[in-house]
Design a protein. Sequence first.
Length: 391
Amino acid sequence: MRKGIIYCLLLLASFSAALAQNYDESKVPLYVLPDVLKTTGGKVIRSGEKWEKLRRPEVLRLFEDNIYGRMPVDYDSIRYMLTQDDVPEMDGKAVLKQVTVTVFRNKQSVQINVVLFVPTQPRKPVPVFLLINNRGKDNTDPTRVKKSEFWPAEMVVDSGFAIAAFHVSDLAPDDKETYMTGILEKLYPEQLNMDNGMKAIGAWAWGASRVMDYFETDRDIDAKKVIVVGHSRGGKTSLWAAAQDQRFAACVTNCSGNTGAALARRQFGERISRINTTFPHWFNNNYKQFNDKESALPVDQHMLISLIAPRPVYATNASKDLWADPTGTFLAMKAAEPVYALYNIKPELPKDPPGINTPVIGSHFGYHNREGEHNMTAYDWGNFIRFAKKF
Protein backbone atom coordinates (compact mmCIF):
# COMPACT_ATOMS: atom_id res chain seq x y z
CA MET A 1 0.00 0.00 0.00
CA ARG A 2 2.77 2.41 0.97
CA LYS A 3 4.65 1.66 -2.26
CA GLY A 4 1.48 2.36 -4.23
CA ILE A 5 1.03 5.73 -2.57
CA ILE A 6 4.66 6.68 -3.22
CA TYR A 7 4.32 5.65 -6.87
CA CYS A 8 1.18 7.78 -7.27
CA LEU A 9 2.93 10.76 -5.69
CA LEU A 10 5.84 10.36 -8.08
CA LEU A 11 3.46 10.26 -11.04
CA LEU A 12 1.68 13.37 -9.74
CA ALA A 13 5.01 15.18 -9.33
CA SER A 14 6.04 14.23 -12.85
CA PHE A 15 2.69 15.40 -14.26
CA SER A 16 2.92 18.68 -12.34
CA ALA A 17 6.43 19.27 -13.65
CA ALA A 18 5.21 18.75 -17.21
CA LEU A 19 2.41 21.26 -16.68
CA ALA A 20 4.93 23.75 -15.29
CA GLN A 21 6.80 23.91 -18.59
CA ASN A 22 6.16 27.04 -20.64
CA TYR A 23 4.07 26.80 -23.81
CA ASP A 24 3.33 30.52 -24.07
CA GLU A 25 5.47 32.51 -26.54
CA SER A 26 4.81 35.71 -24.57
CA LYS A 27 6.62 34.13 -21.60
CA VAL A 28 9.79 33.29 -23.50
CA PRO A 29 12.51 35.31 -21.73
CA LEU A 30 14.73 37.80 -23.47
CA TYR A 31 17.91 36.00 -24.45
CA VAL A 32 21.13 36.56 -26.34
CA LEU A 33 22.62 33.65 -28.23
CA PRO A 34 26.37 33.04 -28.07
CA ASP A 35 28.05 34.41 -31.19
CA VAL A 36 28.87 31.36 -33.26
CA LEU A 37 31.42 33.33 -35.31
CA LYS A 38 33.38 34.80 -32.40
CA THR A 39 36.07 32.74 -30.70
CA THR A 40 36.42 32.66 -26.92
CA GLY A 41 39.38 35.00 -27.43
CA GLY A 42 37.18 37.52 -29.24
CA LYS A 43 38.41 36.88 -32.79
CA VAL A 44 35.69 37.20 -35.46
CA ILE A 45 35.62 34.40 -38.03
CA ARG A 46 35.21 35.58 -41.62
CA SER A 47 36.01 32.53 -43.76
CA GLY A 48 35.30 28.84 -43.97
CA GLU A 49 39.01 28.16 -43.60
CA LYS A 50 39.21 30.06 -40.31
CA TRP A 51 36.00 28.40 -39.11
CA GLU A 52 37.51 24.97 -39.73
CA LYS A 53 40.86 25.86 -38.20
CA LEU A 54 39.91 28.03 -35.21
CA ARG A 55 36.27 28.17 -34.24
CA ARG A 56 34.87 24.79 -35.19
CA PRO A 57 37.28 22.79 -32.96
CA GLU A 58 36.57 25.21 -30.13
CA VAL A 59 32.79 24.84 -30.45
CA LEU A 60 33.07 21.07 -30.73
CA ARG A 61 35.09 20.94 -27.53
CA LEU A 62 32.56 23.15 -25.71
CA PHE A 63 29.78 20.70 -26.58
CA GLU A 64 31.95 17.73 -25.57
CA ASP A 65 32.93 19.20 -22.23
CA ASN A 66 29.58 20.70 -21.25
CA ILE A 67 26.90 18.48 -22.80
CA TYR A 68 27.56 15.33 -24.83
CA GLY A 69 30.90 14.15 -23.51
CA ARG A 70 34.24 13.38 -25.13
CA MET A 71 34.01 10.99 -28.05
CA PRO A 72 36.69 8.27 -27.89
CA VAL A 73 38.27 7.41 -31.22
CA ASP A 74 40.65 4.60 -30.33
CA TYR A 75 39.89 0.89 -30.54
CA ASP A 76 42.07 -2.12 -31.24
CA SER A 77 40.25 -3.55 -34.26
CA ILE A 78 36.91 -3.79 -36.02
CA ARG A 79 35.37 -6.74 -37.84
CA TYR A 80 32.39 -7.04 -40.19
CA MET A 81 30.42 -10.27 -40.62
CA LEU A 82 27.58 -10.66 -43.11
CA THR A 83 25.02 -12.94 -41.48
CA GLN A 84 22.74 -12.50 -44.50
CA ASP A 85 23.92 -11.25 -47.87
CA ASP A 86 22.13 -10.40 -51.11
CA VAL A 87 18.84 -12.05 -50.08
CA PRO A 88 16.17 -10.94 -52.60
CA GLU A 89 13.31 -8.99 -50.99
CA MET A 90 10.48 -6.65 -51.95
CA ASP A 91 9.58 -8.66 -55.07
CA GLY A 92 13.13 -8.40 -56.31
CA LYS A 93 13.39 -4.64 -55.91
CA ALA A 94 15.97 -4.94 -53.11
CA VAL A 95 18.43 -7.26 -51.47
CA LEU A 96 18.70 -7.69 -47.72
CA LYS A 97 22.01 -7.63 -45.89
CA GLN A 98 22.38 -8.21 -42.17
CA VAL A 99 25.76 -7.23 -40.82
CA THR A 100 27.36 -7.66 -37.42
CA VAL A 101 29.94 -4.96 -36.69
CA THR A 102 32.23 -6.10 -33.86
CA VAL A 103 34.58 -3.62 -32.22
CA PHE A 104 37.45 -4.75 -29.96
CA ARG A 105 39.35 -2.83 -27.28
CA ASN A 106 41.36 -4.07 -24.29
CA LYS A 107 40.31 -7.71 -24.84
CA GLN A 108 36.62 -6.77 -24.76
CA SER A 109 34.15 -6.39 -27.63
CA VAL A 110 30.71 -5.09 -28.55
CA GLN A 111 28.50 -5.99 -31.49
CA ILE A 112 26.34 -3.64 -33.56
CA ASN A 113 23.69 -5.37 -35.64
CA VAL A 114 22.87 -3.59 -38.90
CA VAL A 115 19.86 -4.21 -41.13
CA LEU A 116 20.39 -2.96 -44.69
CA PHE A 117 18.19 -3.01 -47.79
CA VAL A 118 19.87 -2.07 -51.08
CA PRO A 119 17.87 -1.44 -54.26
CA THR A 120 18.72 -3.80 -57.11
CA GLN A 121 18.45 -0.97 -59.65
CA PRO A 122 20.51 0.92 -60.59
CA ARG A 123 23.48 -1.45 -60.45
CA LYS A 124 25.91 1.01 -58.94
CA PRO A 125 26.80 2.29 -55.45
CA VAL A 126 23.77 4.05 -53.99
CA PRO A 127 23.22 6.64 -51.24
CA VAL A 128 21.83 5.35 -47.96
CA PHE A 129 19.69 6.58 -45.08
CA LEU A 130 21.00 5.28 -41.73
CA LEU A 131 18.45 5.30 -38.90
CA ILE A 132 19.58 5.41 -35.28
CA ASN A 133 16.64 3.38 -33.96
CA ASN A 134 15.53 4.31 -30.45
CA ARG A 135 12.18 2.53 -30.70
CA GLY A 136 11.33 -1.18 -30.79
CA LYS A 137 13.50 -3.36 -32.98
CA ASP A 138 10.36 -4.55 -34.79
CA ASN A 139 10.17 -1.11 -36.41
CA THR A 140 13.12 -2.18 -38.57
CA ASP A 141 11.95 -5.74 -39.11
CA PRO A 142 14.22 -7.39 -41.72
CA THR A 143 11.53 -9.98 -42.55
CA ARG A 144 9.06 -7.19 -43.46
CA VAL A 145 6.31 -9.02 -41.60
CA LYS A 146 5.88 -5.72 -39.79
CA LYS A 147 6.10 -2.61 -41.92
CA SER A 148 6.41 0.59 -39.92
CA GLU A 149 6.12 4.20 -41.07
CA PHE A 150 8.97 4.86 -38.68
CA TRP A 151 11.32 3.10 -41.14
CA PRO A 152 9.47 2.76 -44.48
CA ALA A 153 12.04 0.63 -46.26
CA GLU A 154 9.87 0.01 -49.32
CA MET A 155 9.29 3.75 -49.90
CA VAL A 156 12.99 4.52 -49.60
CA VAL A 157 14.06 1.67 -51.89
CA ASP A 158 11.46 2.69 -54.49
CA SER A 159 13.07 6.15 -54.46
CA GLY A 160 16.47 4.71 -55.36
CA PHE A 161 18.09 4.88 -51.92
CA ALA A 162 19.34 2.14 -49.64
CA ILE A 163 18.06 2.15 -46.07
CA ALA A 164 19.82 0.85 -42.97
CA ALA A 165 19.31 0.83 -39.21
CA PHE A 166 20.87 -0.21 -35.94
CA HIS A 167 19.35 -0.23 -32.46
CA VAL A 168 20.64 1.98 -29.65
CA SER A 169 20.57 -0.90 -27.16
CA ASP A 170 23.51 -2.49 -28.98
CA LEU A 171 25.63 0.41 -27.69
CA ALA A 172 23.96 1.51 -24.45
CA PRO A 173 20.58 0.48 -23.06
CA ASP A 174 18.27 3.48 -22.82
CA ASP A 175 17.93 3.09 -19.08
CA LYS A 176 19.45 5.19 -16.31
CA GLU A 177 20.29 2.06 -14.29
CA THR A 178 21.89 -0.04 -17.04
CA TYR A 179 23.08 2.37 -19.77
CA MET A 180 26.71 1.72 -18.85
CA THR A 181 26.56 -2.03 -19.53
CA GLY A 182 27.33 -1.64 -23.25
CA ILE A 183 30.38 0.04 -24.71
CA LEU A 184 31.01 2.16 -21.63
CA GLU A 185 31.79 -0.71 -19.26
CA LYS A 186 33.20 -2.99 -21.94
CA LEU A 187 35.30 -0.68 -24.10
CA TYR A 188 35.62 2.72 -22.45
CA PRO A 189 35.18 2.37 -18.65
CA GLU A 190 37.37 5.45 -18.11
CA GLN A 191 34.55 7.56 -19.53
CA LEU A 192 32.36 6.69 -16.54
CA ASN A 193 34.80 8.43 -14.18
CA MET A 194 34.98 11.65 -16.20
CA ASP A 195 32.61 14.57 -15.64
CA ASN A 196 32.96 15.26 -19.37
CA GLY A 197 32.77 11.57 -20.31
CA MET A 198 30.16 10.47 -22.80
CA LYS A 199 27.02 8.68 -21.74
CA ALA A 200 24.22 7.07 -23.74
CA ILE A 201 23.79 9.62 -26.54
CA GLY A 202 27.53 9.80 -27.07
CA ALA A 203 27.65 6.00 -27.19
CA TRP A 204 24.88 5.87 -29.80
CA ALA A 205 26.64 8.48 -31.95
CA TRP A 206 29.88 6.50 -31.65
CA GLY A 207 27.95 3.48 -32.93
CA ALA A 208 26.73 5.40 -35.98
CA SER A 209 30.35 6.10 -36.89
CA ARG A 210 31.22 2.41 -36.63
CA VAL A 211 28.39 1.62 -39.07
CA MET A 212 29.88 4.30 -41.32
CA ASP A 213 33.17 2.41 -41.11
CA TYR A 214 31.33 -0.61 -42.51
CA PHE A 215 29.68 1.39 -45.32
CA GLU A 216 33.15 2.36 -46.54
CA THR A 217 33.79 -1.34 -47.22
CA ASP A 218 30.49 -2.14 -48.96
CA ARG A 219 30.71 -1.79 -52.73
CA ASP A 220 26.93 -1.44 -53.02
CA ILE A 221 26.92 1.73 -50.89
CA ASP A 222 28.15 5.19 -51.86
CA ALA A 223 29.87 5.98 -48.58
CA LYS A 224 30.16 9.64 -49.56
CA LYS A 225 26.35 9.87 -49.54
CA VAL A 226 25.31 8.58 -46.13
CA ILE A 227 22.45 10.47 -44.46
CA VAL A 228 22.20 9.89 -40.71
CA VAL A 229 18.63 10.01 -39.37
CA GLY A 230 17.16 10.08 -35.88
CA HIS A 231 13.88 10.77 -34.12
CA SER A 232 13.51 12.39 -30.68
CA ARG A 233 16.50 11.23 -28.60
CA GLY A 234 17.71 9.58 -31.80
CA GLY A 235 17.44 13.00 -33.46
CA LYS A 236 19.67 14.49 -30.79
CA THR A 237 22.08 11.68 -31.56
CA SER A 238 22.00 12.16 -35.34
CA LEU A 239 23.01 15.80 -34.86
CA TRP A 240 25.85 14.86 -32.54
CA ALA A 241 27.01 12.05 -34.83
CA ALA A 242 27.10 14.39 -37.84
CA ALA A 243 28.88 17.08 -35.83
CA GLN A 244 31.54 14.63 -34.71
CA ASP A 245 31.95 12.63 -37.91
CA GLN A 246 32.28 14.73 -41.05
CA ARG A 247 32.00 11.64 -43.24
CA PHE A 248 28.22 11.82 -42.90
CA ALA A 249 26.99 13.67 -45.98
CA ALA A 250 23.85 15.05 -44.32
CA CYS A 251 21.78 14.91 -41.15
CA VAL A 252 18.06 14.48 -40.49
CA THR A 253 16.86 15.37 -37.00
CA ASN A 254 13.18 14.62 -36.41
CA CYS A 255 11.34 16.16 -33.43
CA SER A 256 14.62 16.32 -31.49
CA GLY A 257 13.67 19.22 -29.18
CA ASN A 258 15.72 20.04 -26.10
CA THR A 259 19.46 19.41 -26.52
CA GLY A 260 18.62 18.46 -30.09
CA ALA A 261 17.77 21.14 -32.64
CA ALA A 262 15.78 23.52 -30.38
CA LEU A 263 17.30 26.57 -28.69
CA ALA A 264 17.77 26.04 -24.94
CA ARG A 265 17.67 29.73 -24.05
CA ARG A 266 14.03 30.04 -25.11
CA GLN A 267 13.05 27.91 -22.11
CA PHE A 268 10.02 26.70 -24.05
CA GLY A 269 8.65 23.19 -23.60
CA GLU A 270 11.17 20.76 -22.17
CA ARG A 271 14.04 22.44 -20.32
CA ILE A 272 17.51 21.32 -19.38
CA SER A 273 16.60 20.65 -15.75
CA ARG A 274 13.74 18.38 -16.78
CA ILE A 275 15.71 16.38 -19.33
CA ASN A 276 18.62 15.92 -16.93
CA THR A 277 16.27 14.77 -14.17
CA THR A 278 14.24 12.37 -16.28
CA PHE A 279 17.11 11.10 -18.42
CA PRO A 280 20.30 11.58 -16.36
CA HIS A 281 22.07 8.93 -18.45
CA TRP A 282 21.94 10.81 -21.76
CA PHE A 283 24.43 13.64 -21.22
CA ASN A 284 27.64 14.13 -19.28
CA ASN A 285 27.80 15.11 -15.62
CA ASN A 286 28.82 18.70 -16.38
CA TYR A 287 25.51 19.38 -18.09
CA LYS A 288 23.69 19.18 -14.75
CA GLN A 289 25.39 22.46 -13.76
CA PHE A 290 23.11 24.24 -16.24
CA ASN A 291 19.80 23.06 -14.80
CA ASP A 292 17.57 26.16 -14.82
CA LYS A 293 20.62 28.15 -15.94
CA GLU A 294 20.33 28.05 -19.73
CA SER A 295 21.82 31.51 -20.16
CA ALA A 296 25.06 30.34 -18.51
CA LEU A 297 25.73 27.76 -21.22
CA PRO A 298 28.69 28.71 -23.43
CA VAL A 299 26.82 27.21 -26.41
CA ASP A 300 23.31 26.82 -27.76
CA GLN A 301 21.88 24.47 -30.33
CA HIS A 302 22.37 26.73 -33.36
CA MET A 303 26.06 26.09 -32.77
CA LEU A 304 25.52 22.33 -32.93
CA ILE A 305 23.82 22.70 -36.32
CA SER A 306 26.69 24.96 -37.38
CA LEU A 307 29.18 22.16 -36.69
CA ILE A 308 27.60 20.23 -39.57
CA ALA A 309 28.31 23.01 -42.10
CA PRO A 310 28.64 22.98 -45.04
CA ARG A 311 26.68 19.71 -45.15
CA PRO A 312 22.86 19.70 -45.43
CA VAL A 313 20.55 19.46 -42.41
CA TYR A 314 16.83 18.68 -42.33
CA ALA A 315 14.89 19.35 -39.11
CA THR A 316 11.25 18.66 -38.31
CA ASN A 317 8.58 19.19 -35.71
CA ALA A 318 4.95 18.19 -35.16
CA SER A 319 2.06 20.53 -34.42
CA LYS A 320 1.00 18.73 -31.22
CA ASP A 321 4.56 18.37 -29.97
CA LEU A 322 5.16 21.76 -28.35
CA TRP A 323 7.40 19.94 -25.85
CA ALA A 324 10.05 19.89 -28.63
CA ASP A 325 9.64 23.64 -29.37
CA PRO A 326 8.98 23.92 -33.13
CA THR A 327 9.71 27.65 -33.19
CA GLY A 328 12.96 27.18 -31.29
CA THR A 329 14.06 24.53 -33.78
CA PHE A 330 13.42 26.81 -36.75
CA LEU A 331 15.18 29.72 -35.06
CA ALA A 332 18.21 27.54 -34.32
CA MET A 333 18.53 26.76 -38.00
CA LYS A 334 18.22 30.44 -38.89
CA ALA A 335 20.93 31.29 -36.36
CA ALA A 336 23.24 28.74 -37.99
CA GLU A 337 22.97 30.41 -41.40
CA PRO A 338 26.01 32.72 -40.86
CA VAL A 339 28.31 29.70 -40.71
CA TYR A 340 26.92 28.33 -43.97
CA ALA A 341 27.40 31.79 -45.48
CA LEU A 342 31.15 31.35 -44.89
CA TYR A 343 30.93 28.70 -47.61
CA ASN A 344 28.84 30.94 -49.88
CA ILE A 345 25.76 28.85 -49.11
CA LYS A 346 22.34 30.41 -48.71
CA PRO A 347 20.20 27.78 -46.93
CA GLU A 348 16.98 29.29 -48.37
CA LEU A 349 14.87 29.30 -45.24
CA PRO A 350 12.14 31.97 -44.99
CA LYS A 351 12.28 34.70 -42.37
CA ASP A 352 9.50 33.16 -40.29
CA PRO A 353 8.55 29.53 -39.56
CA PRO A 354 6.41 28.01 -42.31
CA GLY A 355 2.84 26.88 -41.69
CA ILE A 356 1.77 23.39 -40.74
CA ASN A 357 2.43 20.82 -43.50
CA THR A 358 4.31 23.43 -45.53
CA PRO A 359 7.80 21.99 -45.97
CA VAL A 360 10.66 24.26 -46.96
CA ILE A 361 13.25 22.28 -48.89
CA GLY A 362 16.31 24.28 -49.83
CA SER A 363 19.68 23.14 -51.07
CA HIS A 364 21.24 22.80 -47.61
CA PHE A 365 18.48 23.34 -45.04
CA GLY A 366 15.09 21.70 -44.94
CA TYR A 367 12.35 22.16 -42.37
CA HIS A 368 8.73 21.24 -41.80
CA ASN A 369 6.23 21.24 -38.97
CA ARG A 370 3.92 18.32 -39.61
CA GLU A 371 0.38 18.09 -38.31
CA GLY A 372 0.15 15.49 -35.57
CA GLU A 373 1.99 13.92 -32.68
CA HIS A 374 5.60 13.27 -31.67
CA ASN A 375 6.49 10.61 -34.21
CA MET A 376 8.26 9.91 -37.51
CA THR A 377 5.90 9.12 -40.35
CA ALA A 378 5.71 8.43 -44.08
CA TYR A 379 5.02 12.15 -44.56
CA ASP A 380 8.33 12.96 -42.87
CA TRP A 381 10.25 10.38 -44.89
CA GLY A 382 8.75 11.62 -48.14
CA ASN A 383 10.24 15.03 -47.45
CA PHE A 384 13.58 13.57 -46.39
CA ILE A 385 13.77 11.84 -49.75
CA ARG A 386 12.84 15.02 -51.64
CA PHE A 387 15.55 16.87 -49.73
CA ALA A 388 18.16 14.19 -50.38
CA LYS A 389 17.44 14.23 -54.10
CA LYS A 390 18.24 17.95 -54.20
CA PHE A 391 21.85 17.46 -53.16
